[in-house]
Design a binder for this molecule. Structure first.
Ligand SMILES: [Zn+2]
Length: 104
C-alpha cells in the first residue's frame, strides 16, 4: 500500500496515476532502490553528446539552474561539459533529487 504524495489518497501498489486527483504517481516512490533516478541514461548521454553545450542534459534531469549556467559559460568552455560527459558515462550523474542516472 502506498499513498498519493499530492492528496494523500490510498493507492494500489501498481498505480501510476492517482484516481482521486489525477496526478502522476512518482515511480521513484515505490522503487526498491530510491537512489536510482527514473531518468533515462541513454537520453541523458545523447543530450549531453549532441546538445551538451546548451546544458540540455541538465535541463532534462531537472537541474535547470546549472543548465542555464552551462549555457552562459558555454559548458565551462568545454571543460565542465567534458566532466559531465565522463560522469554520465561512469553512471554517477545525478538528477535534481540527487539520484544517480544509471544505464539500466
Ligand atoms: Zn492524489
Amino acid at each position: 500500500m502506498k499513498f498519493c504524495t499530492k492528496c494523500g489518497a490510498e493507492l494500489h501498489d501498481e498505480a501510476v496515476i492517482c484516481p482521486k486527483c489525477g496526478c502522476a504517481v512518482s515511480p521513484a516512490s515505490n522503487a526498491l532502490d530510491n537512489s536510482i533516478s527514473d531518468k533515462n541514461w541513454v537520453t541523458t548521454f545523447l543530450l549531453c553528446f549532441f546538445l551538451g553545450i546548451l546544458g540540455v542534459h541538465r535541463f532534462y534531469v531537472g537541474r535547470v539552474g546549472s543548465g542555464i549556467a552551462m549555457i552562459l559559460t558555454m559548458g565551462g568552455l568545454g571543460i565542465w561539459l567534458f566532466v559531465d560527459f565522463i560522469v554520465i558515462i561512469c553512471g554517477n550523474f545525478k538528477d535534481k533529487y540527487g539520484k544517480v542516472i544509471k544505464n539500466k
